[in-house]
Design a protein. Sequence first.
Length: 383
Amino acid sequence: MATMTTFRILLLLSVVGAASAQGERPAPAAAKPAPVAARFDAHGWPIDAALVAGPVARPQEPKPAGPTPVAKATGPQPKPTSLQNVQFDQSGWPIVAETTPLPAATTRPLAKADADHGRAEPRDAARPRPLAESSRAPERADEIPAIASGMQLGSPLLDVYQATHSPGAWKNIGGLVVWWRVTIHGSQGEPIGVREIVHTLDSAFAERDRLEYADGRVFGRIGAQVFAERSGMPNPNQVEGATHELQLFGTQMRFPWLFADASAFAVLGKEVEDRQGERLRKIVLERRPPASLEVSGPELDPKPRDRFDILHDPSNGLPRELLQRFATSRETRRVLLEDWREFEGVNLPHRRVYVDDSMRATTSLEITRMERQRVTERAFRLR
């Protein structure tokens, strides 16, 4: 009996232990989905199912009839830049921000119009430069060009140049050949000798002259260089005499335009002089020293300089007489200017008579013919 009871107790314990073990067993894991076989395109790239399927289409709202209105932005919008996306309207045109229009161009009033050509000149147009004034800006104070002597308003020489025309008109002639007839007068004024001289010069330069004599002598100068030859052979013994002859005819032919060189001559003043019951105006000029010898301030021992007096008729401005006082030789020469004629736009005397203190003729220079001719530097250098 005891054995049966023990057996029943052991059987009950085994049943209870099996039931408790069966209650603590974990639930089975969820089944994993079966792997889907990968698909590839014609190029060997895998096809993603999500991309093939595409986004889920949303239901579209019905569109109103007529053109679709373009929505306008309210409030300030940033200006489009080259980095922003370009927006287009329904017609395909790009939408750009409104730009501020440029101000209208302003024009200055015009002073006067050219009736012949219909052009207008501004009121602040560049003024015409006076004669001998350079257009290049000077770099130093000593490079400032001087206005041509006698061409400025109020100058005593202005009346003379209005009658004979400006120095620029004389320089425009260029090469010129002049045939001189030189007559020597005796003590009673009678002619005692005549000679012919051919004078070639360049009016654009102050010292370019060539003299040819009938006996074969030829004198020439170009600047400070003087040449003398006879029958084609150099003649150094005649250089001193050639210098005086070239200076004489060069001065006479360039009168009165040689005084327009402000670097070589200075206008000292004007006076009034009575001559044989007639009142004439006198202009006093002085030759300036060379630029290398010119000093600033007063000179302790001033050297005499050549002086020139021009007497002209106040009614027409034509010179009547030229008085020359040479500082080196201390000689005074008086020349009467007669027979004024026009040639190539300028007026010049064709007869010049040297007289002594008693106004008696001693030598006369007469122009018989003049012609323009093209000249070069070689014509005055001789060799």
